[in-house]
Ligand binder design. Sequence first.
Ligand code: NCD
Length: 351
Amino acid sequence: MRHLIDFGDLTRQEWDELYARADRIIDAPEKFIDTCRGRVMASLFYEPSTRTNFSFQTAMLRLGGSVFGFADPRSSSVAKGETLKDTIKMVSGYADVIVMRTPWEGAARAASLYSDVPVVNAGDGGHMHPTQTTADLTTITRLRGSVDGLSVGLCGDLKYGRTVHSLIKALAKFRDIRFFLIAPRDLAIPDYLRQFMRENGMPFVEVTGLEPVIPQLDVLYMTRIQRERFVDPLEYERNKGIYILTRSKLARARENLLVMHPLPRVDEIAVDVDDDPRAVYFQQARFGMFARMALLSDLANQPRKRPDPVEIGREPLCHNPNCITRTERYLPPLVKYNGGVKCCAFCDAQL
Ligand code: NCD
């Protein structure tokens, strides 16, 4: 693995090796304090973040490395109109690994075309968030022993929730998982992912009600309605507060259910759930730091490599208004096929 842009970039074997390392780090973090000694991580956050930003920074510090970057793009040259390409060319000259979060879908893929060092996607708009998935899978594996064979409920904003998109990509690599996709019709998963699940033989049902399915679940993954991604504010108003998990709703749930959430939560999990032993979301955030340590100990230690030149784009092919190709016009016109359907290679939108 050279970059981590989409969880689909990882093979099952690469994930198993990454998890094995995360597992060793959790058991004895002190053995890894020099793993990234002398290495430098760039942290480019064009969008708000608490956990992802802090967990990447603390991960690098705990490995003996150092960190620079911005958490507010107004303090960087982006504010002067610099292209993403130029920012990445510069930063990849200063750093050994680049971690980036943006509101634009496909931005991390775009950055990887121009970077001499590995690029990690820490969230690209409503598209993907693969390192959250490393936190999620580490949590499930540590607490349940294995990911195979579980019934997984994904609840909330499945349309804009990038953590769910990445998790679905990842769970294709495991066996016998049954999915309950719990969302209002407005916020159902994007078509390309429905295609992906069918293509990969992942059995799923789409439902709108949470309570009836709770008793069947091994994992309940709650998500926030992604207010900042709505094009139509009325659509947000219609859907906010639609799912609220309370302690009383957990009465019929399995004893060993894992209630997960990438956080931040708004109101979708009531505070009275926090002390239920099945609520593991704060643990999940801590496991995320260890999973990121495992990832950085590999990526920050890779040799620099100049990327091959790419074609210069003229007109964007993609119509998704949030796609990085809409604003960074020089990007090459790359396509890919999801279940035989022609899609944008940056944001996965159908062309
Ligand atoms: C998520 C994100 O940023 O996509 N948070 C996170 O990284 N832990 C989820 C969210 O913002 O709702």
